[in-house]
Design a protein around this ligand. Sequence first.
Ligand code: 6CS
Length: 354
Amino acid sequence: MPNVPSLFWPVLAAVILLLSGCSDSSDSGSETQAGAPGYPETWRFALEEIEGSVQHAYAKAFQTRIQEVSDGNIEVEVFPYGSLGTSTQLTELTRNGSVNLAFASPGHLANQVPETGLFNLHFVLPEDEAQTRRLLQSPALLAEFDQPYRDAGLQLLSLVPEGWMAWTANKPLRTPQDFVDLRIRTMTADMAAAAYRAYGAQPVQTPYAQVYSDLQLHKIHAQTNPVFAIEEMGFHEVQSTLTLPRASRFISSVIANPAWFESLDEREQEWLATTIRDLSGKAWEIETELNRDRLELMVERGDLEVIRLSDAERQAFREASLGTRDTYIEKTGEHGRALLELVLASEPAVDTSQ
Ligand code: 6CS
């Protein structure tokens, strides 16, 4: 398993809190001119994943692109998972300005931004990739999330795809019946757990760094993550079977500290917007390549038995999942209902999962 220091994070987080509010040039306000004293300026970008991950590849591409568009005036310091804290702690470090930018995944974030629980639901996003791309990049959808993030003290910059969620266990998971009483680890948000409770499972909500040891010690029986993450976190070492259900995609979000974001001058805003826009297609390339390569690697090495669910098998899960849409609406009210309708309306005319 990768080296992910875990339980001493609070100490490290306290150190970071002392740096609160600082980017390396603390005067990133509207007075600063590109090329003027104060540049190059360093922006801190915290990741929920280790080096070699989708988030890491995205952050490195971000680092390169913003350096290009800003003519070297902006540099980015990337903090991979393990250096600062859990996902929830990273969100807090962003909110209080200790870091400028971070990834925040709905699997954890939905407890603070309930609307993002939409991405924890199964069989809701379109199955078609092109359609999902259009949806995630659509200004209309991003605008709907803007205020909920603001209400939680965060600035949403982008929604980033990381691939289909896969299930690992020590048995195939072909039917909802196979989930009954299964202790499956989910991310910490209640909506992430609800999606599996709907199948009869007993979800266990824990931070990412705890998953490997909990599997090893048989505290949990199963977990769910995209293929690239399963390989790089070593979950295949402690699980026998990988089930590919195409029930939900792992969608993350890039967030910023709102006060810092508003302090950027016009040119800095433009550099940031250009970089985010340029990476929106790149993110799909990154996740496709990493997920494909890591699956091939695990198959070649014979790490796991791989099971792809048929459309008929998926249909049973689809039906079992429908009640969680009501749970989502209970947590989010009319705004959540409207968001759900917006996303469902973008389903393909011919639903291939039927
Ligand atoms: O399972 C998790 O908690 C994590 N999985 C991934 C692929 N990214 C971040 C998240 O925290």
